[in-house]
Unconditional design. Structure first.
Length: 466
């Protein structure tokens, strides 16, 4: 077992601005979840005490980032703010070409519209919801190739985010390989527990892709957290700086998609970074149509400035020690309380195994989303279900539902927002909920149908009778 690295004893920042939050009475929380159709996406933020729905766009920006907002150049074309971002990307990641987008799914839309045609297969270590939806939208077929350990929440494997290299090579060497235009590696692996991908796995996947003439594309929304976990868990990188680890990771990719709302510590933004000028120019044509001019890509100049600063700040090892340390702290508290968590801890969230927490509720009754709704009622905490409601697939010919192999509720921790006292409250809420779990009933889907893409965002649910 690896040892944690230099855990910062307290938050490595001082708080200058505070936002009041309130814990509604329990009967009021019960009324709010009913009004929200038992879907936490419909809850109003003012009614939530601790919001762990997502780590995307929820970071607290630093004083330097707030100052950078004032320097935004709002010119339509050729804004200096774009060139500041370009300098940051080249320094941190090493890519010569950058296309800004309004957020990660904007990057996905432009990239997959450029790279995919109907019937193409896109193998990856774990396609998350919008990635999967964008591939399907372009006529493609997303194919998850996780390692076997990723599907067992009890296994303490250090790099459960890895892609199955043998499975990847078997696919590319088969007749189906002609239908594969690219290999997609997501770091960290949000679909299967927020786990990191090892450097060796990134390198080998890149080599296999290039051996078969495929583009090696990486989704690097949480690149710094992945780098820290490589440093922590791979002895070969224990004494290597985060900056060097990041540059090596990026060196294996032909291009990257980036949601800046994670590891650039901003509230909006993203980009595509590339090495090939011809591919950059092809994507730029779609970017102009869907996002904006190539030097702003749907963002204000001030957002480009904050992103440029955040990309550098996130490499700070004191910050990363505290960031991963807070995730580990919540994970450890839940383990102490007997909560069935996914092991080990990952980079941005703690995942609860809903099938073990609510063993009496089948996947057809959405145990992960049931657990999320019940946690709000119990403690005013918002998590999110990542199970059958989000990832089940419907066979178009038979209408049969194929349920995912994992059923998790995710507690995603915003960056620089909460203290460990907040984490203690979350742990206590889950402990109390565990005590009454036999009383919990599952949910049924009222709207929309199960074959609707991204249905979990808009679903309306009701408790199962009886």
């Amino acid at each position: 077992m690896w040892k944690p690295l230099n855990l910062t004893p307290a938050e490595p920042y001082r708080i200058k601005v505070v936002e009041p939050v309130r814990l509604l009475p329990r009967d009021e929380r019960l009324r709010r979840i009913r009004e929200a159709h038992y879907n936490v996406f419909y809850l109003r933020s003012r009614d939530i005490y601790i919001d762990l729905l997502t780590d995307s766009g929820t970071s607290a920006m630093s004083a330097s980032q707030m100052a950078a907002l004032m320097m935004g150049d709002e010119s339509y074309a050729g804004a200096e703010s774009f060139y500041h971002l370009l300098e940051s990307v080249r320094e941190v990641m090493g890519f010569p070409y950058v296309l800004p987008t309004h957020q990660g799914r904007g990057a996905e839309n432009v990239a997959f519209r450029t790279l995919l045609k109907k019937g193409d297969i896109v193998p990856g270590n774990g396609h998350f919801d919008t990635t999967r939806a964008h591939i399907v939208d372009k006529g493609g077929v997303p194919l998850d190739l996780p390692i076997p350990e990723a599907l067992d929440p009890e296994v303490m494997h250090p790099f459960k985010g890895n892609i199955d290299l043998k499975g990847l090579e078997n696919l590319l060497s088969s007749r189906e390989g002609d239908r594969v235009p690219l290999v997609l590696m997501t770091i960290t692996n949000n679909t299967y527990g927020g786990h990191p991908v090892s450097m060796d796995n990134i390198r080998r996947a890149s080599e296999i892709a290039r051996e078969y003439g495929k583009l090696f594309l990486m989704d690097v929304a949480r690149f710094a957290e992945n780098a820290w976990l490589i440093k922590e868990r791979d002895p070969a990188y224990r004494d290597v700086s985060i900056r060097e680890i990041v540059r090596e990771m990026m060196s294996y990719a032909d291009a990257v998609l980036f949601s800046a709302k994670k590891d650039a510590l901003v509230n909006i933004g993203g980009f595509i970074a590339l090495r090939d000028k011809e591919l950059y120019e092809r994507m730029a044509r779609f970017l102009i149509l869907h996002e904006g001019f190539p030097t702003y890509g749907g963002l204000a100049g001030r957002d480009l400035e904050a992103m440029a600063v955040g990309l550098r700040e996130v490499l700070d090892e004191t910050y990363l020690s505290w960031r991963i340390g807070q995730v580990r702290y919540l994970w450890s508290r839940l383990v102490e309380n007997g909560i069935p968590v996914v092991k080990p801890y990952g980079g941005h969230a703690v995942y609860i195994d809903a099938l073990k927490f609510l063993p009496h509720i089948p996947q057809s009754m959405f145990p992960a989303d049931t657990l999320a709704a019940e946690l709000y009622v119990e403690a005013g905490v918002r998590g999110v279900g990542l199970g059958s409601l989000a990832f089940a697939e419907v066979d178009r010919e038979t209408g049969k539902v194929r349920y995912p192999k994992t059923e998790y509720m995710r507690l995603a921790i915003p960056r620089r927002v909460y203290t460990n006292l907040h984490m203690d409250w979350v742990a206590e809420g889950l402990r109390r909920l565990m005590e009454r779990r036999d009383e919990v009933r599952g949910l049924r889907l009222v709207y929309p149908s199960m074959d609707t893409p991204l249905r979990h965002f808009i679903a309306r649910l009701k408790p199962v009778e009886g």
